[in-house]
Design a protein around this ligand. Structure first.
Ligand code: PBG
Length: 326
C-alpha cells in the first residue's frame, strides 16, 4: 500500500457531499424500537425522575403516545407494565386481564402501523422485584420458566406482535417457542434478550419500572460484565432454541460483544441502549457539557456500526425527528 503523499485521506473529507458519498453506516427510522412504561390509572403522564423525557403512562396516554410514535415513522414499541398489585409470583404478568394484556388490546384497537413487542419477565410484577419465583434467596429456574411461558402466551393472545423474554433463565427460549406453537402462535417471533449483562446501567429503568430487587441482585442469572465467550454461547444456544432475533444489552459499553455476536450468527441482531446510557447523555446535555443531539446520533451510529440491525432506545422519537430534519 502506497502512502502519503500519494494517498491523502482528506480528499474524501473536504465537503459534506463527498463525505455522504463514502459514508459506510447509514441510520434509518426503520431500525428504531421505542420502550414505553404503562401504569395503572387514567390521565397519568409522570416523568421518570432519572430519565428526563421518559414517562410512566396510563393506558389512555399510552395509546396517544403510540399514535405519535407511529406518525413519526417508528416501526415498533416495546412495552413494560407496572401492575396495580404485585405478588410473590408476579401473577399480573400472566393474567389475561393484566396491565400489559389490556395495553396491547387498547393499542391494537386504536393504532395502525405499529409493531407491539412485549418484554417478558417477572421483575416488574413480583413483590420482591426478582425476575422469578423464589425459594428462600434462590431464584428457581424451571418454575420461573413455566410462568414465563404463560406470560408469553398470554401476551400473544392479547395481540402482541413479537415476544421479548428479558429474564435470562436457562431454557426459556425453547420453552416459550414450544408454548407459543402449542397455543397456535407459530408465526409470532421471539426476540431474545440473549446476551444480557448484570449491569449498573439499568439503574434508571428500575425507577421507571419500580423493579429494584428488595434484596440481593441479578448476578445469579444475568451475565458477568467481563465475559465474552459466554456471550457467544448464550447467543448460539438461544438460536438453537428457536430465537428469531437476538439482543445484546446494554449497547454502548458492549460494542465488542455486538460485533462478535453479529459475526458468529446469521439472524437479525438488536441492541438495547439502556436507561443509564440515556440518562448519562441527557444529564451531560442538560448541563451543557456535551451537545446532546450530536452525542445521541453518534452513540446510535456507533451501535449500528458495531453490527446491530435495530436499536431499542429512549431517544427513538428524537432520532426520528433528527432523521426527518436531515
Ligand atoms: C427486565 C428488564 C430490565 C431492563 C429491561 N428489561 C431491568 C433489569 O434487568 O434489571 C432494563 C432496561 C433499561 O435499563 O433501560 N424486565
Amino acid at each position: 500500500m502506497s502512502s502519503y503523499p500519494l494517498q491523502r485521506f482528506r480528499r474524501l473529507r473536504y465537503n459534506p457531499l463527498v463525505r455522504d458519498l463514502v459514508r459506510e453506516t447509514l441510520i434509518s427510522k426503520n431500525d428504531l424500537i421505542y420502550p414505553l412504561f404503562v401504569v395503572p390509572g387514567e390521565n397519568v403522564k409522570k416523568e421518570v425522575r432519572s430519565m428526563p423525557g421518559v414517562f410512566n403512562l396510563s393506558m389512555d396516554k399510552l395509546v396517544e403516545e403510540c399514535k405519535e410514535v407511529a406518525s413519526l415513522g417508528i416501526p415498533a414499541v416495546i412495552l413494560f407494565g407496572i401492575p396495580e398489585h404485585k405478588d410473590e409470583t408476579g401473577s399480573d404478568a400472566y393474567d389475561d386481564n393484566g396491565i400489559i394484556q389490556r395495553a396491547i388490546r387498547a393499542i391494537k384497537k386504536e393504532v395502525k402501523n405499529l409493531l407491539v413487542i412485549t418484554d417478558v419477565c417477572l421483575c416488574e410484577y413480583t413483590s420482591h422485584g426478582h425476575c422469578g419465583v423464589l425459594r428462600g434467596d434462590e431464584i428457581l429456574n424451571d418454575e420461573t420458566v413455566d410462568l414465563l411461558v404463560k406470560e408469553a402466551v398470554s401476551h400473544a393472545g392479547a395481540g402482541a406482535d413479537v415476544i421479548a423474554p428479558s429474564d435470562m433463565m436457562d431454557g426459556r427460549i425453547g420453552a416459550i417457542r414450544r408454548g407459543l406453537d402449542e397455543a397456535g402462535f407459530k408465526n409470532i417471533p421471539v426476540l431474545s434478550y440473549a446476551v444480557k449483562y448484570a449491569s449498573g446501567f439499568y439503574g434508571p429503568f428500575r425507577d421507571a419500572a419500580d423493579s429494584t430487587p428488595a434484596f440481593g441482585d441479578r448476578r445469579s442469572h444475568q451475565m458477568d460484565i467481563a465475559n465474552t465467550r459466554e456471550a457467544l454461547k448464550e447467543a448460539l444456544s438461544d438460536l438453537e432454541e428457536g430465537a428469531d432475533i437476538l439482543m445484546v444489552k446494554p449497547a454502548g459499553a458492549y460494542l465488542d460483544i455486538i460485533h462478535q455476536v453479529k459475526q458468529m450468527t446469521n439472524v437479525p441482531l438488536a441492541a438495547y441502549q439502556v436507561s443509564g446510557e440515556y440518562a448519562m447523555i441527557k444529564a451531560a446535555g442538560a448541563n451543557g457539557w456535551i451537545d446532546e443531539e450530536r452525542v445521541m446520533i453518534e452513540a446510535f451510529t456507533a451501535i449500528k456500526r458495531a453490527g446491530a440491525d435495530m436499536v431499542l432506545t429512549y431517544f427513538a422519537k428524537d432520532i426520528a425527528r433528527y432523521i426527518d430534519k436531515h
